[in-house]
Structures are given as C-alpha cells and as structure tokens.
Design a protein around this ligand. Sequence first.
Ligand SMILES: NC(=O)c1ccc[n+]([C@@H]2O[C@H](COP(=O)([O-])OP(=O)(O)OC[C@H]3O[C@@H](n4cnc5c(N)ncnc54)[C@H](OP(=O)(O)O)[C@@H]3O)[C@@H](O)[C@H]2O)c1
Length: 293
Amino acid sequence: MSKKKGYKNYSFFEDGKVVLITGASSGIGKNVALALASYGTKLVIVARREKKLIQTTRQLRKLKIKVLPIIGDIRNKDDRARIIEQSLKKFGRIDVLINNAGLGKANLFLEQPISEIDELIETNILGLIKMSKLVIPIMKEQNEGHIINLSSSLALLPVYPFAVYCATKSAVKTFSDCIRDEVKEYGIKVSTVLPGPYNTEFHKVAGLDDSSYQSYSVSKLAEKIAKLVIKPKENLIQPWFFIPLVWIATRFRFIRRKITLPISKSIIEGKIKKEKVEFKKEEEELKITVEIP
Ligand SMILES: NC(=O)c1ccc[n+]([C@@H]2O[C@H](COP(=O)([O-])OP(=O)(O)OC[C@H]3O[C@@H](n4cnc5c(N)ncnc54)[C@H](OP(=O)(O)O)[C@@H]3O)[C@@H](O)[C@H]2O)c1
C-alpha cells in the first residue's frame, strides 16, 4: 500500500486504523488526538462538553483528519453503548481505545463528600472498565487491538489529600496488568500511562491552584502517548525522571514518604490558595451586586 504524503512513515496507520479517545475536549486527550493527526489516523473523540469537543473536532478537520465527535458521559450505560455503536457505524472497527477520561478531587478523605467519591470511582474505574468490556469483544473479533489506560504516577506515589483519586488510579494500573495476560492470545495489547503533573484542566477540576507546584508540557506527553499507539509497551511513565523516582519509592517505604509528604503538603496549600481566591471572587461579585440599585 502506498504511503500517504505528509504522514509520518509508519505502516500502522496506512490502512486507516481507528483510535477512540475518551476525554478529548481538553488536556491530555485533546493533545493526543492532535498528536495522532500527524499519523493520518481516523479518530473517534468523546467528552461531555459539546463546545469544547467541537473545537477539538475543528482543529482536527483543519489537519484533514477523519474525525467523529460524540458527546457522551462514560459513566452512563446508554452513552457507552452509543459511543461504540456510532464508532462502528462510521468506521467499521475500533483498533485502539484510549481510556483517558478522568478526574481528580483534592480533598482530605474525612472531609470528602460521598458524591465526590462516587464521581471519582464511577468515572476513573467503572467508566474505564465498562468501556474496555464493550471494546474487547470487537478487538477479539478483529484479532487485534490495543487498550491504553490512563493511570497516574500517584498510583505508585500515593499522597493523602488525593486518597480516593490515588486508589482509582492504582485500580486502573492493576486492572491493566491483569487483563493484559488474559487478552494477549487474541492479539490485544494493554498499556498503562502513568503521568506526573501536566498542565491541563486537571488541577482546576481537582480544586487546586496550579501556581503552587510545577507542571510539565502536555504536548510532549501527548507525543509519547501517540508513539505508544504505534509501538505498544506495557507501561509509560512520564516525565522520564519519574522512572527512577517511582522505582526507589516502590522499593523503600521510608524514602517514598520523604517524597510523598511534601507533595501532600503542597496539595493542601494549593487547595487553600484556590479556596481563598474563590472566596475573594465571590466577595467582589457580591459587592458589585449590592452596588447595583
Ligand atoms: N494532568 C495531570 O497532571 C494528570 C496526571 C496523571 C494522570 N492524569 C489523568 O489523565 C487523564 C486526562 O486528564 P487531563 O489532565 O487531560 O485533565 P482534563 O484537562 O481535565 O481532561 C479530562 C477529560 O476527561 C473528560 N471527562 C471527564 N469526565 C468524563 C466523563 N464522565 N465522560 C466523558 N468524558 C469525561 C473531560 O471532558 P468533559 O468535561 O467535556 O466531559 C476532559 O476532556 C485523566 O484520567 C487524569 O486522571 C492527569
């Protein structure tokens, strides 16, 4: 088959492989979609915020990419079924599922409302597992496929103001490690991505002030994930210097605490800072409303 002009020189996408990305309205998912565009793949992109998803779609279409945007919530059974149905109707197959949709909530466990715990577990664990459950039979039928699950470096470096989030991301890592051996015989590969802090909307959603700590460029991470699509490997830890950090922390508990305790403290400070900013904003808005006759 002839190579498409301008596309990177990988045979993987020559016959039009289809990549389904959940959570592509912002952050990592959006940037992975844009990074994959240079490989000429067909994309299905999913998220709840219509306006933002359409923005991603427009950017991809400018790059001449075949893209199907689907507004949907991965927590919802009907939405999950519709995502799969519409993907198959449009492209006839699903070669790669990037289970990226997810969120964190910075909170002390004792103060965390049950609604927040439910949202974290339903999105990060149940949504991801149930999307995989729908896609694996399709990949089995195709005799090939690849599932990429977004975990977090916090799965291996647990920090206490993110207890439930860390637990969900550990579950993602364990789930990936378990199903990898089960689905291997059907030609299906499973990868786990364990990022450190990246500059996305994650911190805003988590209720943190992002100026309180350093985060890294999401476009670089997206390039690495796009490469993982072409050349699958079991685990991708980014940025690279988190590899020795995680290695040491998982072997020596006292060193792990030396690493994680300052991170926990900076998360609490980030949360307090954000709450103060929001309180001030509310006060100012109230003043303006009161001044209006
Ligand atoms: N950024 C980091 O530092 C970091 C580090 C480690 C791991 N991660 C993981 O990376 C993944 C992507 O996060 P991000 O950093 O890119 O954050 P982000 O910018 O907030 O993006 C999260 C994406 O997930 C979507 N999403 C959330 N809940 C959803 C649901 N129920 N159904 C469908 N889509 C949903 C959001 O879209 P809508 O709101 O429009 O639905 C959005 O597109 C997450 O799983 C996160 O845990 C992030």
